[in-house]
Each structure stands twice: as C-alpha cells, then as structure tokens.
Ligand binder design. Sequence first.
Ligand code: HEC
Length: 607
Amino acid sequence: MNFVSHRAVALFVCLCAPLTGWAQNRTPPDPNHPQNTARAIYLFAERCGECHDSSKNSAPDRYALNSHTPEEIMAGLTAGSMAQFAKGLTDIEVRYIAVYLGGRPLGADAVGDIHAMKNACPSKPLGDIGSGDWNGWGPDLVNSRFQPNAGLTAAARVPGLKLKWAFGFPEGNSAYGQPSIVAGRVFIGSDTGFVYSLDAATGCAYWSYKAKAGIRTAITVAPVGGKTLAWFGDVKGDVYAVNAATGAGVWMQRADTHPIARVLGSPKLVGSRLYVPVASLEESSGGNPHYPCCTFRGSVVAFDAAGGKQIWKTYTIADEPKPIKKTSLGTQLWGPAGVGIWSTPAIDTRRNVLYVGTGNGYTAPVPNTSDAVLAIDLDSGKIRWSRQLLPNDASVSNCRPRGDSAKSETCPEPEGPDYDFGNPPMLRTLAGGRTLIVIGQKGGDGWALDPDRRGAVVWHRRVGPTADSGGMLWGSAADNERAYFPVTGRRGSDPVGLTAIKLGNGELAWHASPAVAAGAPDAVIPGVVFSGANTGMMYAFSTADGHLLWQFDTNKEFPTINGVAAKGGALNGSGPVVSGGMLYVPSGYADLGGGIRGNVLLAFGAE
Ligand code: HEC
C-alpha cells in the first residue's frame, strides 16, 4: 500500500510514511515532521542496520531499540555509546532517527498529559453504552460507517451545524487517531502516543493514557469481565487494553514480533475476543539498497479481550520467509513477504468469519493472498477462502532512491502497480436478503463479492482514477442502498470526488466532485453523507442525489478548550464520525506526501 505518484519519488504509506524527497534535499526542517520517516529509514539502514537489523556484534535487535523513547535514543546518539555511529549526521538527521525509532514525535512527554492542560473534567462515571454510539471504526461490526440513530436529521439540521469546541493535540504533528464516541465520551489516540478520553458534549478531558508510540486505530469500548475496557493498537505493533472509565492500563501485548510491524487497522471485539490486523513499515524500507528485504508477513491476531492472552494468529502468507540471495552490495534478500492488513476486519456473525482486505506483496513471486479479500474463521483462525482481485502486485517504495535509472536490487522484479486494499471490507444485506462484501481498491475499483461463493465477484465498477493519482485509500461508507466511495487525486484534472454506487447492481447513483477529494473514510447517516477533502474542506452531501448541504473549512487555526495552539489541515487518514446529534472531525493528517499538517479535533452540533 504505497501511494506512488511518480514512482521513485512519492511513497505513501499508509501510515507510514511519506515520502517525498527523502534522498533529496527536500526534507522539511522539522524533525517531528512525519514526512521525514522515509529519510530516517534510509539513514538507519545505512548507518545502524548492519548491527541492529542483524543482531551482529551482540547489538540489541530492533525490538529492543523500539522500546526506547525518542528522548532516550537522542541521548544515546548525542552523548552515549552510539554517538560514534551518528558522526557526520546533522543534528536534524539524528532527530529523524530518534523520532522514527521512538515511534512518536519528540517533546510531547512534558505536555501531552491532561494534567498539563486546561480542560480537566470534574470526575464522572461512564455513561451508558448505546445504539447511538460510534464505537470503534463504526457503529457496527461490518464497517458500514452508517449511523441510523445519529440524532441529526438531514434536511433540517445538518445545514445548521456549528463548531461547538476544538481540542488541540499537544505537540501533535498530524491528526492521527480515529475518534470513537461511546458512553458520552470521545476516545481518541494521537501521533504522540497519548490517548484521550474527552466529554463528548463539552470536550473537557477525563483522562489521558501514554502508550509507547502513536495511535492511529479507532478505540473499541465494551464491558468484559466486570470492567469496561478500551482497546487500541500502536504503530510499533502493540495492542492495549485500558480501563475506559479511568484510563488505567489493564494489559499490553505485541501483535507481532517483526521489528517494524504496526497496528493501523482498528481492533474488533466479538464476544470475549479481540481481533487485530497487522501491517508494517517494511514496505517503505524495502527499496533501500541496505535493507534486508523482506521478512514481514501480514496477519490477524485473536486475543482474549479481558486478559490479553493470544488465542490464535493467522498469517496472510503461510510460508515463513527464507534467505534467497545476496545483492552485489552484500545485502541479504528474503521472501516471501508482504500482504499486510492495513484496515479493520468486517465481522460476519452469521457465517462465523471475519473478512479482511489485504495489501500487496513485497517480494516476487507474489503470494495469491495479496490484494485479496480473505475469510477467516472466528473460532479457529483458519482461512476459509481467499479471493484475489489483482495478482502479481509486488511493490516496495523508493526503489530508485537517488532518481537512479537502475532499480535497487532489493526491490521485486517485476514490480506491480501497488493497487492494494487500504479500505476495509463492508458487509451489506440487500432488501431481498442477499449479503454482499463491498470494498474499494486503491487502483480506483469498487467490488461486490458473494460471501457464499468463496468471494465470487457479483459486480465490479471503475469508480475513480488509479493510485498513480490517488484512488481509494482508507475507507468508505455504505447505507442500505448505496456505497459511498471517496476517491482522492493529485492533479487538478483528476476525476476525483465522492461517488455513490447502487449496492444492488454496481451502477452509478451520483458523483459529487469537491475540488480535491479525500483519502479519509467518510460517514453516513439517514439522508446525509459526510466526506472531507485533502484541502481541509469538510462537506455534507445529500445521499439521494449528492447535492451539497453544508461545508466547513478546517484548514485554519482554532482556539481550543485545552489551551493548546492548534490548526486543521488535510482530511485524510482518519475520518468524520456522527453520534448524539454531533459531528466530530479530526483534521490535519500529514502522513501522506504533501498532506497539510494539523493537530485538531473539531466537534460540531446543530443549532
Ligand atoms: C557496529 C555495530 C553498531 C552500529 C553500527 C550501531 N550500533 Fe547501536 N548498539 C550496538 C551495540 C553492541 C549496542 C549495545 C551496547 C551499548 O549500548 O553500547 C548498541 C546499543 C544501542 C542503543 C541502546 C539500546 C539499548 O537497548 O540499550 C541504541 C538506542 C542504539 N544502539 C542505536 C543505534 C543507532 C541509531 C545507530 C545508527 C546511527 C547505531 N545504534 C549503530 C551496536 C551498534
């Protein structure tokens, strides 16, 4: 899952990293800027990987390094025993490495805690968990992002939406987490690793919890074993359960032992089990001629939700990676690898399976589970079927790091287009009772699959441009009649925007074309679909015909209730949610080449 606009230059990784110009002189001067991840990966592989990627010379491996804070790594590289290996790097380059290994920006430790802010709530018990909540990735287990009990009625109230409060993420560099609205509270993670529980109506803060690294997943909240817990994952591959009322930690587990594994897709709770998808940063590392590409395999992990014990783990690639050959630089190559899972599973309780959309392979030959939808048994973790929608898609980023004509020998041959699934599958039941798995692909295609015929294609429709200029990134929404696919692009002439497709037959219902559409997932309530743009503009359209009902420019500064200087930016990565008559919009996701940075959560209510 890379967003490659001009192959060698831009990479988008999902959450990962960005990408422009890491080998050129175009890196932003701010060490905390997420666009420097690719530069950091390069520097690490060149300077540090020899020992720390191979455990040579008894060096601690990447797990051990990953457990350090960015501040500790800075100290080691400036005054400690590792300073010798950082010789010749500029101060800012050392910071890039510290931020990359630390998994979060420098500087938030002192100010990220709610005690350092001005908006503490009087303590209050959790409210009731109800059907009007937006719990986790969406209000349901099937990823529709459709809230039928939104407390907002389209025609009458949406045009009157007004900003009620804004919360600034302290030292945040990118609005990161996907908000959940449960039991009268907002639960949201940040790129600094702080998770916040805010009052949904007023924005005052009940607690903060400091995780080890940035949190992009939505947060799922439910009672289990006598307590109400909140579960989420971080960008170092860890999964957490905290007490939803108090923020006290309950358990933490690794979802994967690969050193650059990450959890970006939101965990799903079914009964007493938590299902967690795993992706990795290896895709943005693989093009580096010094990186031993590639050893990561995507997976889904089932945990006991109350205690955190792992119940099963199912890899998307059955075979373990093995050494293949060495490059002319002596870099060891491995495979098979890839097929990460970037998004949340859809739960099919009737068939007792979960469905995931998979990423591309990193190595050729490419496993037939890549760019596919997999059905996995909820009890056993066994893969019941796999439906590949694009074969032979092997891709890693930055294969021509200096604009060279020769491709890095660490890159797969042949390379695929990187049209994988960052959208999660959605499950819809049509009026006649037929069930469909509906999913948008990064290459710009919408699909409907039959869950009773091993994912056979029911319909397929071109929705937007290919990933070279955008495509479908993080998620879509669907009510009972239509799927709403947000499509993003890069050039002004791209036919981007929000496209509504009829669920029954895959035909076009309507197309609304805001100036630049978004990579962010959208959200739908009866009569209205909310979809943002990379420009920062938030829109509400009528579901009937796509006409514009309301818009709001989030790309500006906002006074915040917690006293933190904050501005909005690109609407990408995480998307809007609706609950209790209010609309919540995280603004400023910058982990995409060129994304406008911001650090604000906006809450709107109807007059
Ligand atoms: C020649 C091998 C070698 C290279 C190159 C190297 N390291 Fe290390 N590193 C080690 C060894 C051995 C240790 C453990 C002993 C120590 O702390 O001195 C270590 C320890 C560390 C630690 C402390 C980890 C801990 O668990 O205590 C950090 C952080 C670290 N290295 C980062 C880096 C970074 C960043 C680079 C590249 C700029 C780098 N190292 C380059 C061998 C190396």
